[in-house]
Ligand binder design. Structure first.
Ligand SMILES: NC(=O)c1ccc[n+]([C@@H]2O[C@H](COP(=O)([O-])OP(=O)(O)OC[C@H]3O[C@@H](n4cnc5c(N)ncnc54)[C@H](OP(=O)(O)O)[C@@H]3O)[C@@H](O)[C@H]2O)c1
Length: 296
């Protein structure tokens, strides 16, 4: 039996990184570094860390994810989302190691009808999407072993996300107004981590470097997502008192944000299925699982 690989996980407290810390120890010996251990903007320390630890696999789940703040903080967003993945790609390539990285539907402008495939034309609407696209392209240009998973509408039982925001607002307010003209598939961070482990588990027997869409199946709007969260909350815990009575659909134009969002965030994940036999659940099924008390 070959020795277990050394796996470095970056992004300790993040939604996806947190779940990776539960799944990846099954595959190898994991080391986890958060921003307090390694600031990804510190380019020298980043290179030194990879060369000192010499991991066979680096899973980068750290990112500058503050989409609106990025509009006025381009340099920092670029340092974390573009330059750091480029350096990770360079250092892992030197070692002959695998770099696993996450990207986003925000590389697209959302004008396509139907789900985006990996080689659809990109056209980010904001700084976050542009810097994430820069990171993808830099990793591909370096040309070492890599897997880039573009995911979308990530939520989980910890961190900052739509599920936890709606649960909080529904407990406080009788009426919520939620955007109904942006569509996508809410994707559970735990399912992203499980799928990542399933793919890494096939490495290096099935080396297929490249870019893959990794999204829950099905489609809804933010308004549909909010309705489902409230319905499930009432179903799962009938004793919980929610103040909310009405969830009103609004257009995105009634909820202006510094960064524009794509109106269509659907990602077609069939390449992942065809290459690795990995597929995520329908978003409603996963949301039900995520909201069960046992998932917290
Ligand atoms: N959230 C979404 O809806 C969404 C959608 C599509 C794609 N994605 C992508 O999926 C991946 C995972 O996202 P997520 O939702 O799990 O992110 P998240 O919960 O926002 O976590 C991001 C992590 O990055 C770390 N980080 C930020 N700046 C850093 C720095 N300078 N140095 C080191 N670490 C730093 C943060 O550390 P601290 O907590 O210590 O600051 C945090 O642990 C990212 O690549 C993201 O772009 C996310």
């Amino acid at each position: 039996m070959p020795p277990k690989p050394q796996i470095l996980i970056l992004g300790q407290q993040g939604q996806v990184a947190w779940e990776l810390q539960r799944t990846l120890p099954l595959l190898g010996n994991t080391t986890v570094l958060g921003s307090q251990d390694l600031d990804l903007a510190d380019t020298k320390k980043l290179r030194d860390t990879i060369q000192t630890l010499r991991p066979q696999i680096v899973v980068n789940a750290a990112a500058y994810t503050a989409v609106d703040k990025a509009e006025s903080d381009r340099d920092n967003a670029k340092a974390i989302n573009h330059t750091a993945p480029q350096l990770l790609a360079e250092e892992t390539a030197k070692l002959g190691s695998l770099l696993v990285h996450y990207s986003t539907d925000y590389v697209f402008d959302g004008t396509k009808t139907g789900a985006y495939v990996e080689n659809d034309a990109t056209n980010p609407l904001g700084v976050y999407g542009a810097t994430k696209l820069g990171g993808e392209q830099a990793i591909q240009a370096v040309g070492g072993d890599h897997l880039i998973f573009r995911t979308t509408w990530v939520y989980g039982t910890r961190g900052k996300n739509f599920l936890l925001t709606i649960l909080r607002l529904a407990a406080e307010k009788p009426e919520l107004k939620i955007v109904a003209d942006q569509i996508g598939a809410p994707t559970w961070s735990r399912s992203i981590a499980a799928a990542t482990a399933q793919v890494i588990g096939q490495w290096p027997q099935k080396p297929s470097s490249g870019l893959y869409h990794l999204s829950a199946a099905g489609v809804t709007s933010w308004h549909g997502f909010a309705n489902k969260i409230v319905d499930l909350s009432r179903q799962i815990d009938p004793d919980r008192t929610l103040a909310v009575d009405k969830i009103l659909p609004i257009p995105a134009t009634d909820y202006p944000t510094p960064a524009a969002r794509p109106s269509n965030s659907q990602l077609d994940s069939s390449k992942l299925w065809q290459t690795f036999g990995v597929q995520l659940n329908n978003w409603e099924r996963d949301l039900d699982l995520a909201m069960q008390p046992a998932s917290y």
